[in-house]
Design a protein around this ligand. Structure first.
Ligand code: SF4
Length: 248
């Protein structure tokens, strides 16, 4: 049985993308090799946190010592389960940094009839390929050059991995969401280039205006959405909603 480092386990409403508002059980895996300037979960970038917070609705947060075993994680998920749960969301941090642990949990979850949803930066196509078959939904980011996710010299490699993860997900008939965070003055040509690279792939393409700082204006969002629509069938602009609701 595997053990791994988790920042938090909790039940909430999905706050991003086309499944916003669906109740999900979130496992936030610890550690992320990227450094996006807008990161709102920087506390989850520590790969070895001492404690995992288990947030049970209406009860006090429980602090559990890391690393946790797969069976402990399954026990918490069972405790959090409510009739409205849509799926388990594997998020981070970066779940691909804990691939063996994620696979073991996702396989157990499948056996328990849960649906699995992974949120990833797509930084490793090799790791993604090794676990993709366990997932029903994949939300894969494409980072822009001005996000600061990696050094400029490493950007092309990151972008190739993200594209490859998307191709793998579509090829394995996983419902695939591609998410791009957009800030003020996002180059239209960069979004167009990405959409050209995605043309012909059956993806839900989400432009997500950054929550803060440097939010783009409505006019910019219309322009970016229109250019994406030249190449892709399913284009949407969806802000993060959990911040509006003031929930975790
Ligand atoms: S990939 Fe996600 S967790 Fe990692 S730095 Fe970027 S926003 Fe933060």
């Amino acid at each position: 049985m595997k053990k791994g480092y988790i920042t938090e386990i909790f039940s909430s409403f999905q706050g991003e993308g086309p499944y916003a508002g669906r109740r999900q059980l979130f496992i936030r895996f610890a550690g992320c090799p990227l450094s996006c300037f807008y990161c709102d979960t920087s506390y989850a970038r520590d790969p070895r946190p001492n404690l995992c917070n288990v947030l049970l609705p209406g009860k006090k947060t429980r602090f559990k010592r890391n690393p946790l075993s797969t069976s402990e994680v399954m026990d918490y998920l069972t405790e959090l389960l409510t009739p409205d749960v849509h799926c388990i969301c594997y998020t981070g941090g970066e779940p691909l940094s804990s691939v063996a642990f994620v696979k073991e949990i996702a396989a157990e979850a499948k056996m328990m009839q849960f649906k699995n949803f992974i949120e990833t930066s797509g930084n490793s196509a090799r790791e993604f390929a090794s676990l993709a078959d366990l997932f029903d939904f994949a939300s894969i980011d494409i980072k822009l050059r001005n996000h600061g996710a990696v050094e400029e010299k490493d950007y092309d490699d990151l972008y190739s991995n993200e594209l490859e993860c998307i191709r793998i997900a579509v090829g394995r008939e996983i419902e695939t969401i591609v998410k791009v965070i957009v800030v003020k003055n996002t180059p239209v040509g960069e979004i167009e280039g990405i959409c050209k690279d995605l043309a012909g792939l059956d993806v839900l393409f989400v432009l997500q205006p950054v929550t803060a700082p440097a939010q783009p204006g409505t006019k910019e969002l219309f322009e970016l959405s229109e250019v994406a629509g030249l190449y892709l069938h399913h284009v949407m602009v969806i802000p993060q909603v959990h911040n509006l609701w003031g929930i975790h």
